[in-house]
Structures are given as C-alpha cells and as structure tokens.
Design a binder for this molecule. Structure first.
Ligand code: PRP
Length: 215
C-alpha cells in the first residue's frame, strides 16, 4: 500500500487525472466528501488530502510515501525528500512585483521592504542571489495590498495569469523561479517500497512524455 499526499483543490484533481492516464484506478479518491483519507484497496493506494504547505512535511516524516506539491512550497519549506518528477501542471512563476515605475529601477532602492507569503524564497533570492539585504514582511494572503498601501515597496508572489497584478495596477519586475507541481518521495520509502514506487514514477513519466509529444 502506498500513501500519497495531495494538495487539496485543483492540483489534486489534475494529479488524479494523470494517475488515471497512467492506469491507476483512483475512483475512491474522486469521492466528493469531507473525508481526508481516501483508500482504494484494489489499487493499493491511499490518498491523504493535506493543506499544500503541509504536503512536504507529511512526506519528509514518512506519514506519506509520496506527495504532489508546487515547487513554490518545496522551495519555501526546504524539506528533506526526493523530487522525482515535474508533472507539468499548476504552472506559474514566482516573481518580484510592484508598481511599473520601478521597472529596471529595483536595484536603486536601498533597504527595500518586501511583502510576501514566502519569506525563505524571498531571503534566498535577495540575499543569496542578488547579494542585497532587504526587510521581509511576512503576509498571509492578498499580498498585492502591500505596495498599494505603502506597507512595502515590492512583493514576492505567485503570478499565474497576471490578472491580479494587472487589476491592481502592478507589474512583474523580476522572475525568481518557474513553478509547477512536482512528485516528491520519502527517502526511506524510495528504498523500502521501490517495487511499488519506481513503476509508478516510470508510468507517470511515460504519460507526461506522451502528452508532450501530442503538444
Ligand atoms: C495567488 C497569488 C496571487 C494570485 C495570482 O493568490 O498569491 O495573488 O493567486 O494569480 P493570477 O496571476 O492568475 O491573478 P491566491 O488566489 O492563492 O490568494 P491569496 O493571495 O489570498 O493567497
């Protein structure tokens, strides 16, 4: 039996679509209920529905053998696990955003305040990559409010369609990382359950390659 941690919501549905194409019966996991553990005895799969930012935690500790989670969460959480496959869904970008007037002028503002839900990604980018010290202000959502209210000069956040930025008069200033959903595996499970996990990885990889060929 393999336990797979899914991020509740759209990503869970897209993951189940992929698993179905890879030949797994995921009928049980499709059940619309408030149950958080959905088990399919025949397929030998148990799905747990976790908050996205908790998926790497369940996988690192081995409470789940595998997980599907956004690269943003993996970068932010920095957990000890194997990232084995880019599932090509949930695509977006992690960006520095702010008023368009700051385009190409970001480096001219000293001691910037940066509003974000992702303090670790923000620190790694500004201090690690750009060698610049910034004040990070941790927020929990609606991050675009920060530059609009004067709380911060810029934000580091996810941009998918760009609509939230556009409708709030903000713009992408720099790209920090390309994001998509990743399949992650617990380090012990990878060895102890290799006979179940390895075929799953290669079946999913085949589906992804087929899809790429069609596009
Ligand atoms: C995310 C993100 C942006 C928005 C980007 O927010 O933080 O605000 O989606 O999407 P777009 O480029 O397609 O407009 P989410 O919906 O998770 O809400 P939150 O800001 O309250 O966390």
């Amino acid at each position: 039996m393999l336990t797979i941690a899914l991020s509740k919501g759209r990503l869970a549905d897209q993951t189940l679509d992929l698993m179905e194409k890879a030949g797994y019966d995921v009928t049980a996991a499709r059940e619309k209920s408030r149950k958080l553990i959905l088990e399919d005895q025949n397929a030998g799969l148990r799905f747990i529905l976790a908050k996205p930012s908790d998926v790497p935690t369940y996988v690192e500790y081995g409470a789940a053998d595998l997980g599907v989670v956004g690269k943003d969460t993996l970068l932010e959480e920095g957990r000890q696990l194997y990232e084995v496959l880019d599932l090509g869904v949930g695509k977006c970008r992690m960006c520095v955003a702010g008023p368009a007037s700051l385009k190409d002028k970001l480096d001219e503002i000293p001691n910037k305040r940066v509003g974000t839900k992702y303090p670790n990604i923000t620190r790694n980018y500004f201090e690690g990559v750009k060698k610049e010290s910034v004040e990070i202000i941790k927020l929990n959502g609606s991050v675009e409010l920060a530059p609009l209210t004067g709380l911060a000069e810029v934000i580091v956040d996810i941009v998918e369609s760009g609509r939230t930025l556009y409708e709030n008069g903000l713009d992408v200033l720099e790209t920090v990382a390309d994001i998509s959903a990743r399949l992650v595996v617990n380090r012990v499970s990878m060895k102890m359950k290799a006979d179940e996990i390895k075929p799953m990885i290669s079946r999913l990889r085949d589906v992804l390659q087929e899809q790429e060929g069609e596009n």
